[in-house]
Ligand binder design. Structure first.
Ligand code: GLC
Length: 419
């Protein structure tokens, strides 16, 4: 595997040194956890090997805010950003402004899981290459469950009960800051992920089916949201309605939550030497709903080259470098980012240093995609209407059944005859 990178690097080195045309390019990326630090390290390696310099344009942590900014820049034909780090759900919406990578990546594309490449292919155009995949985990405090004689919950109902029992006992014992459960409850894309997991695992299906049918207004979906509504102000702090990934991790990592729903990046951070929960936690797949199965939302990030870039060749070279097996391995080791190259899940070094990654292959392969393919360019609005309905329900503004009914009406208006 490293051979591929070495060859790419060599070719790149010869090209740039040979033609003595060192260029400066830029990459836009949002940062969660250690993403920016890690990217800087990999960019430095690229610079060293090729002579090109790469500047980071730091974006807000919220994927929703990033999307808004990217859309503005791309529709204005911005030449200042060459490479964009893109969310797995954006391909159909941004495709028209991104370079087709099919030819440039033809020798390496086969290393990646076909479904991921498929998700980044829009009408035959490969619009982005996978950097890493994402699939969430339920983080839990081993020490606290043991102390209070509780098992790791297998269903959301069990989680609800266990979180309450442990939280209350800890509070009575003088630990006033303790919360049962933290998750992503703010009105943004992250809530679409969390709520889709509650609903899909409860047998409530999708927001929009793969065939484009609006399927969200059903009793099982409403029941899942009603259960989640009951968490706010009981096992979850009221403030969870404003939490994204890092706010949840903040509460969890200071030791003030029994359970947390989050992505794998939180694992090595929680296990770090300076972390108060080091050695006290573990992670398992999310609980099942009444439907009997667990559902994990499929996330992940990719790299795309702007059509307005004046450095497309170097930008493509960089994308190849950062999405290679060697870079993916280093990302898995450093920040537990899930590779999209299946063979890396057999890598003994990754299995030893980041056991969560090795264990997460099936969770990632069975993860539930958000309906960005069937809703095409309208996905962001669909998701926005969904997370708004969910956030309102959690906040007690209208009950789940009524809010889902309204949501269905809004989605029908948005769809009209076709997506
Ligand atoms: C993670 C996922 C991404 C998702 C986002 C929501 O970054 O990788 O796909 O959209 O979380 O907050």
């Amino acid at each position: 595997m490293p051979k591929v990178l070495t060859a790419a690097l060599l070719a790149a080195t010869i090209l740039s040194v040979g033609s003595a045309r060192a260029e400066e390019i830029s990459i836009a990326l949002g940062s969660v956890g250690r993403d920016v630090d890690e990217m800087r390290g990999q960019l430095d390696a690229f610079q060293k090997a090729t002579g090109h310099t790469v500047k980071i344009v730091t974006m807000p942590a919220s994927t929703t805010d990033q999307f808004g900014q990217y859309r503005l820049w791309l529709s204005a034909g911005n030449k200042d950003v060459d490479v964009y780090r893109t969310d797995v759900i954006w391909a159909p919406q941004l495709a028209a402004n991104l370079v087709d990578l099919t030819d440039a990546m033809k020798d390496v594309v086969g290393q990646h899981l076909p479904a991921v490449i498929q998700s980044q292919t829009v009408e035959g155009k490969l619009v982005a290459m996978p950097l890493f995949a994402d699939a969430p985990a339920l983080y839990y405090r081993k020490d606290l469950l043991e102390k209070h004689g509780r098992e790791v919950p297998k269903t959301w109902a069990e989680l609800t009960e266990t979180a309450k029992v442990v939280q209350d006992a800890e509070r009575q014992g003088g630990n006033a800051q303790m919360n049962g459960f933290v998750f992503q409850g703010a009105a943004y894309e992250g809530l679409t992920c969390d709520a889709l997991e509650w609903i899909a695992s409860n047998g409530g299906g999708q927001i929009v089916s793969p065939e484009g049918e609006i399927t969200i207004n059903n009793g099982k979906a409403a029941a899942a949201l009603d259960l989640a509504k009951g968490w706010v102000g009981t096992i979850a702090p009221q403030g969870v309605l404003g939490y994204m990934e890092e706010e949840s991790r903040g509460v969890w990592q200071t030791g003030n939550a029994v359970f947390m729903r989050n992505w794998p990046y939180a694992y090595p951070l929680s296990a770090a030497d300076d972390s108060p929960v080091k050695g006290k936690f573990d992670a398992v797949p999310l609980p099942a709903g009444e439907g009997g199965q667990s559902a994990a939302c499929l996330g992940g990030w990719n790299l795309a080259v702007s059509q307005y870039s004046e450095h497309q060749d170097v930008a493509i070279e960089l994308v190849k470098f950062l999405t290679s097996a060697e870079s993916q391995k280093s990302r898995a080791l450093g920040t537990a980012r899930l590779p999209t190259i299946p063979s890396l899940y057999e890598d003994p070094e990754i299995a030893e240093k980041q056991p969560l990654v090795a264990k997460w292959k099936t969770v990632f392969e069975n993860a539930t995609p958000r309906p960005s393919a069937p809703t095409k360019a309208k996905y962001n609005e669909v998701s926005q209407q969904f997370w708004t309905a969910v956030n309102k329900t959690l906040a007690g503004q209208g009950d789940a059944a009524t809010n889902l009914q309204d949501l269905e009406r809004q989605l029908r208006r948005l769809k009209r005859n076709a997506w």
